[in-house]
Write a protein that binds this ligand. Structure first.
Ligand SMILES: NC(=O)C1=CN([C@@H]2O[C@H](COP(=O)(O)OP(=O)(O)OC[C@H]3O[C@@H](n4cnc5c(N)ncnc54)[C@H](OP(=O)(O)O)[C@@H]3O)[C@@H](O)[C@H]2O)[C@H](O)CC1
Ligand SMILES: [K+]
Length: 511
């Protein structure tokens, strides 16, 4: 069965929900049918299994045996065909089934027949995994996962995870939600996931990256024209995928003041939190802002000037002192170390009353979330940069609900505040008020430390100040920020990475 398609295709930029991929499956099956092929999806199933088997041979070329788990649906169907291929290839096959195979789809039934003809001997999994080899194939659950994993499925997953063998997950690690990237109950810990037809968005955010291992994509030669009938749910972005940033910078903005570009005003730094504004100031400078002002508590003026004499730092102890300073700025970055005191509120009030493009972060968001501050930014270019905790406050829910569906949370916030929203975390999401969504795959756990958000605020402010729209500034800024963190972590490791370690790499990536 040699088909004209490659086992592994380059990971595309479009990400899809489970429902969208099921729609693509149906469109592809119809197209195969129109070409005189089968009507039940068996052809696609064979292509999926062959792609996965090719990846298996490439990754474990010396392996003489494979242990395959098949669930009750088409994910299991893929597993049956793969087991048949493994038999034909001369591998020893241990095959476990879960669920009742009498309910198999037409395609999966043909797959099971193919496996039996090839000499596969399916056995019902009864809790004990007896297998001496190095490769387990997880065909339990794919995009059909629709509830938390429990019972036999949970014990099968526990057995796979406890076994020393590596796991190749078919389409998704069983237990991972294709839509949200959350683990429903428990999930397979895969070292390789071969995903078919469309890359599921859940593979790349929340828990997805921690349990997928390497993600390989197989298009199954589905006609790309089919994809045009379906707008991708989300765009995958990363530093190396963005067209050269400097091609985008400095476009002429209609409302530029006398051709002056790149004037950023950082507002924040309540008592004891001067470092936050210092980092935002420096990051804005390293990302090309031409002029950086800072309005902060008196105690922080000298230390910031020592660190960054390029900045113009003004002591403001009341909102009234801030107001005249705001008039000269292209962009305001408000929130780093702002705190939630009456001083903080006076400054934020002035910032919200202005019409200047704005990056709102940290306590600027926490104050906005508190009663009486509610407003939307439909008339103002704004980027909000909540971490899940700030997002929960803004949405009036708990953190678990935000993380249970990061895509929806980010979209909801962008619609509610009519601003571009960066929902930080593993697989940071960028949402626009019009529903567009992007997912950045750069970054690492070393970024989970104080100050990283302050640096991002400065990066975003600098890109806005250089003429990018909030959407473009957020996409590029998140990739520059995470890309810099990856470069810095490569030098000395993720643990102990400090926010200010990013500065030289910001400078590098901006050029
Ligand atoms: N021709 C095609 O469509 C192709 C599909 N591909 C593969 O198929 C899966 C999707 O297959 P599907 O049958 O839709 O669903 P699954 O195999 O993922 O799940 C099977 C059933 O399992 C039940 N289920 C759901 N969650 C759980 C759970 N937590 N515990 C136990 N059982 C669960 C559910 O049935 P219910 O009756 O219980 O609702 C599912 O229907 C896709 O991922 C691909 O691998 C091919 O790759 C391409 C061709
Ligand atoms: K699976």
């Amino acid at each position: 069965m040699n088909r004209p398609y490659s086992a592994k295709d380059h990971l595309p930029g479009e990400l899809y929900s489970a429902a969208q991929v099921r729609e693509l499956d149906t469109l592809a099956i119809t197209q195969i049918q129109d070409d005189g092929g089968d009507t039940c999806g068996f052809e696609l199933m064979c292509r999926a299994a062959e792609a996965a088997f090719a990846c298996l041979l490439e990754r474990w070329p010396e392996e003489g045996s494979v242990c395959v788990f098949a669930g009750p649906g088409n994910n299991g169907g893929d597993a049956y065909v793969l087991a048949a291929l493994a038999c034909h290839h001369g591998l020893d096959v241990v095959f476990y089934t879960l669920g009742d195979h009498s309910g198999l789809s037409a395609a999966a039934s043909r797959a099971r027949e193919m496996a039996l003809e090839a000499g596969v001997e399916p056995q019902v999994f009864r809790g004990e995994l007896v297998y001496e080899g190095q490769v387990i194939v997880d065909g339990l659950l794919g995009t059909g996962l629709n509830k938390a994993v429990q019972g036999d499925y949970a014990s099968a997953i526990a057995a796979m995870n406890a076994h020393f063998a590596d796991v190749l997950a078919l389409d998704l690690p069983s237990g991972l939600s294709a839509d949200t990237g959350c683990i429903l109950g428990c999930a397979v810990q895969a070292s390789l996931t071969v995903t078919f037809i469309g890359v599921k968005q859940g593979l790349l955010t929340a828990d997805g990256p921690d349990i997928c291992g390497e993600v390989a994509f197989a298009s199954l030669s589905v006609d790309p024209l089919l994809f045009h009938q379906l707008s991708a749910s989300c765009e995958r972005i990363s530093w190396d995928r963005l067209e050269r940033l400097n091609q985008r910078l400095n476009p002429r903005r209609g409302n530029s003041h006398k051709g002056e570009f790149g004037h950023v005003m950082v507002v924040g730094g309540d008592h004891g939190m001067g470092g936050a504004v210092a980092m935002a100031v420096e990051a804005a400078g390293r990302c090309g802002a031409g002029l950086i002002r800072c309005a902060t508590r008196t105690e922080h003026v000298a230390p910031i000037l020592v660190r960054r004499p390029e900045a113009m730092v003004r002591a403001v102890e009341s909102g009234l002192e801030l107001q005249p300073l705001l008039a000269h700025s292209h962009v305001i970055a408000c929130g780093p170390g702002l705190g939630q005191s009456s001083w903080s509120e006076l400054l934020l009030q002035q910032v919200l009353n202005a019409s200047t493009p704005l990056v709102l972060d940290a306590d600027g968001l926490n104050l906005l979330a508190s009663p009486g501050w509610r407003r939307d930014f439909s008339e103002r270019p704004v980027i909000m940069t909540p971490h899940p905790g700030e997002a929960a406050r803004l949405l009036g829910c708990d953190i678990a609900s935000v993380q249970a569906d990061r895509f929806n949370s980010a979209r909801q916030l962008a619609a509610q505040y009519q601003a571009v929203v960066v929902l930080k975390g593993q697989g940071s999401l960028i949402a626009a008020p019009d529903g567009r969504l992007a997912l950045c795959t750069d970054g690492n756990p070393g970024m989970a430390c104080g100050g990283m958000g302050d640096v991002l605020t400065g990066v975003l402010a600098a890109l806005l100040a250089q003429g990018l729209s909030p959407w473009q500034a957020a996409r590029y800024g998140v990739c520059v920020h995470s890309g810099a963190a990856d470069l810095a972590a490569r030098e000395q490791g993720q643990r102990g990475l400090l926010a200010t370690d990013l500065m030289p790499y910001l400078w590098e990536l901006m050029n």
